[in-house]
Design a protein. Sequence first.
Length: 40
Amino acid sequence: ALSAWKSLFEPFNNKSRGNFKTIQMTCPPEDHPYIVTPKN
């Protein structure tokens, strides 16, 4: 699931890698999938 998540949102990861990485550490996407759009 994690690999699919990373592949799906690779462009987003490239745009804000630092921010996205921090969010990932704080809230794993498996538990909080809605964090994919923190700016929205």
